[in-house]
Structures are given as structure tokens and as C-alpha cells.
Design a protein around this ligand. Structure first.
Ligand code: PMP
Length: 390
């Protein structure tokens, strides 16, 4: 029998979609897949080569659980220089797959039943990771333009509220929060004596604005677990490699969890990560490509009657609103069945977003153009049907 701990845990919506898409592909049907959350680029060759050479030289064994010392050191330097985390130390870094970093830090911070504030719309795994770690997810809404207004969060704070999860640039909206917003957030976290888990995995993919790390604020350094990784910046999703940074006591707790679960991050991926940290060109190139696609996607989407979208400042996602009166799951599954366009239902990012969908523009420009044309046709038919029916 499966443990009750898993009751109420959702399957990953994006992974479920990938399966349906794979079925279509097997039947030889072309699918415009805008559902997946990963860059469509292959990992840069220099990174692949360094890992291969490392493996040939015997880097195929367990590493220390918290990661190769050279990598932890390089990450600490990156956190100091790029993220402005004053004097970040290698001892405060745990090398681990990014999603596991989220899970381990929640396990390390929460007592069973403790509350975790999550701004909505959120990365779809957050509430389930919180539940798996024994916590209580407390999603709170932001205004329609995603401005950082914490009024709704204020109402949810109780003595059992321990953590807030923050993500900028945001999956799924592409919003990049400003230093001013993040200072406001920090005041809130300090006032309510919370810990902050700051998920910065899209930190390099920014078109407008500037990345700002909460842990760069001196009073937040001890209160923040900074989480990031190489999946998005260097197109390395399959390598399962990322890291967390926290004050020593918390980093050690996460390391303990890692020791008794996955042991360490894959050795060959750690070698690759050392090389990735030296490669600042690839994230720049990928970002330029994503920006060009964003411009096309936003223009095309806003030209469709019944669709409107706020221009993303970063990431490779757009989060459009649609005005056909069906739920987002039905909307997405009809769009896939009828027009072979895969997007992720808005509901997966928060219940209030059942009239949205997420479109990943980590796809070829030509496919984006054709797929969004199909979406336009789908909307036209849907709107005609709605008018006839009303
Ligand atoms: N955080 C966010 C906001 C993400 O979008 C993702 C990946 N989709 C992750 C964490 C997890 O990253 P990884 O696959 O590298 O574990």
C-alpha cells in the first residue's frame, strides 16, 4: 500500500503532457510542443567535452556528499561576484540537483504542519514539494499585473508560518522583480521572522531589468536559502545539477539529508558544472535567442482575439490569459487534440489561473510561428462556438 503521505500529491503536469505529445509523435503526427520547461539547445560542447574527459580520467566515483571542493569553491565565488552575497563560503554550498535543493531545504527547515507562503502563480512543483516535506502550502495571490503586493500574504501568517518561497525571474510569468520589490519582501520576511527560499534558476535569462538576490541584503543573508542550477542557463536539464547556499547550520542539515538519500550529485555532472561556471558566453547567446523569440511570440499572441499576455521580462515562458469560457485543462487538451499544440494549463500554477496557459518559447522560431497560428485558429473556432451557444 502506498503511504498516505502521497495522497493529494499531483503528478507533474508538464511531464504528463510530454507523454501525450510523445504518443502523437510515435504516430508520426507533428506536435508543436510549447509545454516543456527546458531549453531546446544542446549543452555547449565545451561542457560535454570536459565531462567526458573527466570520466576518462576516473571522475566516475562518489564525491563528497556536498560536492567536489573545487566546484563548491567556484560556486561560492559566483555567488559573491554575480549574486552579491557577501563573503559566500564554499562550506555554505551544497551541490545537488535544483529540485532536490528545494526539497532538502524544506525538509531541513520545517516541522510537520508548518506553513509555507507561496506567491501565485508559482512554479507548479512548489506546493507538492512542500507537502512531501510535511509542510502546509499557503499560496497567496498577487495583483493581476503580478506587482509585488504582500497584503494577501499578511492574512495567512500565523505562528506556524515558517518559510516563504520566492522565485525571480518567475516561472510561469517571466516577471523579474526589482531590488525595490525584493527589499519590500525582505522587510516582510524579517518582520514575520520567516526563512526565505529564493529560487533563482532563471537568473541569467533576463531581457529587461536586473537580477537581484535577496541574500545580497546583509540582514537577509542568514535568512535565505539561495537555490540555483545549470539546467536553464547552460541547457543542462538532463545532467541533474544545481546547488543551494545557506548559512552553515542549514547547509549542513541539507548535506545530511543528501548523505542519507541520494549520496551526492552525479560526479560527471559536477565536472561539467565546473566548466559551465567558466562559460558565460552560452547563457548570453541563449538569452539573445530567447529574447528574439519572446518578441515574436508576444506580438503574435496579443494579435489573437481573446488572448492577452503581459510581456515577460525574463525566462522562456509566456503566461497568456484566454477568454473562452472553459477551464484551462480542457482548453489545453482540446488544443492538443485538435491543433496539435501543447501548452500547460494555467491551473497547474495556481487555482485562480484557470483562464491562463503557459507557453514555453524554448522552441524553434518556425514552429513557434506555425503553432501560434494554429492557436489563433483554435481561438477563432472556440469564440465562434461560444457566440453560437450564448
Ligand atoms: N525551479 C524552477 C522555477 C523551475 O522552473 C525548475 C525547472 N523547471 C526547477 C526549479 C527545477 O530545476 P531542475 O530541473 O534543474 O531540478
Amino acid at each position: 500500500m502506498v503511504s498516505s503521505r502521497l495522497s493529494g500529491i499531483n503528478k507533474s503536469a508538464s511531464l504528463a503532457l510530454t507523454r501525450v505529445t510523445a504518443d502523437f509523435k510515435q504516430k508520426g503526427i507533428k506536435v508543436y510542443n510549447f509545454g516543456i520547461g527546458e531549453p531546446d539547445f544542446t549543452t555547449p560542447e565545451g561542457i560535454i567535452n570536459s565531462s567526458y574527459e573527466g570520466a576518462r580520467k576516473g571522475m566516475t566515483h562518489y564525491t563528497p556528499s556536498s560536492g567536489l571542493p573545487q566546484l563548491r569553491q567556484a560556486i561560492a565565488e559566483k555567488l559573491s561576484v554575480f549574486n552579491g552575497i557577501d563573503g559566500a563560503l564554499a562550506d555554505e554550498v551544497v551541490v545537488t540537483p535544483t529540485k532536490f535543493a528545494l526539497y532538502a531545504s524544506l525538509l531541513a527547515l520545517l516541522e510537520p504542519g508548518d506553513g509555507v507562503l507561496i506567491p501565485e502563480p508559482y512554479y507548479l512543483s512548489y506546493p507538492d514539494i512542500v507537502r512531501l516535506a510535511g509542510g502546509k502550502a499557503l499560496p497567496f495571490s498577487l495583483p493581476r499585473d503580478y506587482a509585488f503586493d504582500l497584503e494577501a500574504a499578511e492574512d495567512l501568517v500565523t505562528p506556524r508560518t515558517k518559510v516563504m518561497i520566492f522565485n525571480s525571474p518567475v516561472n510561469p510569468t517571466g516577471k523579474v522583480y526589482s531590488e525595490k520589490d525584493i527589499r519590500k519582501l525582505s522587510d516582510f520576511v524579517i518582520e514575520h521572522d520567516l526563512m526565505l527560499i529564493s529560487d533563482e534558476i532563471y537568473e541569467y535569462i533576463i531581457f529587461r531589468g536586473k537580477h537581484f538576490s535577496p541574500a545580497s541584503i546583509p540582514e537577509m543573508r542568514e535568512r535565505t536559502v539561495t537555490v540555483s542550477g545549470f539546467s536553464k542557463s547552460h541547457a543542462m536539464t538532463g545532467w541533474r545539477i544545481g546547488y543551494l547556499h545557506a548559512r552553515r547550520e542549514i547547509a549542513d542539515a541539507c548535506d545530511l539529508i543528501q548523505q542519507q538519500t541520494i549520496t551526492c550529485a552525479p560526479s560527471i555532472s559536477q565536472v561539467a558544472a565546473i566548466e559551465a561556471l567558466k562559460d558565460s558566453d552560452s547563457p548570453r547567446k541563449f538569452t539573445a535567442e530567447f529574447r528574439a523569440r519572446r518578441d515574436i511570440v508576444v506580438k503574435m499572441l496579443n494579435e489573437i482575439d481573446g488572448i492577452d499576455v503581459i510581456e515577460p521580462d525574463g525566462t522562456f515562458y509566456a503566461f497568456p490569459h484566454f477568454d473562452i469560457r472553459v477551464g484551462s485543462e480542457r482548453f489545453s487538451s482540446d488544443l492538443l487534440k485538435e491543433r496539435h499544440v501543447a501548452v500547460t494549463p494555467g491551473r497547474a500554477f495556481g487555482e485562480r489561473f484557470d483562464d491562463h496557459f503557459r507557453l514555453s518559447f524554448a522552441a524553434k522560431e518556425e514552429d513557434l510561428v506555425k503553432g501560434i497560428e494554429e492557436l489563433g485558429n483554435f481561438m477563432k473556432a472556440g469564440k465562434a462556438e461560444q457566440t453560437a451557444g450564448s
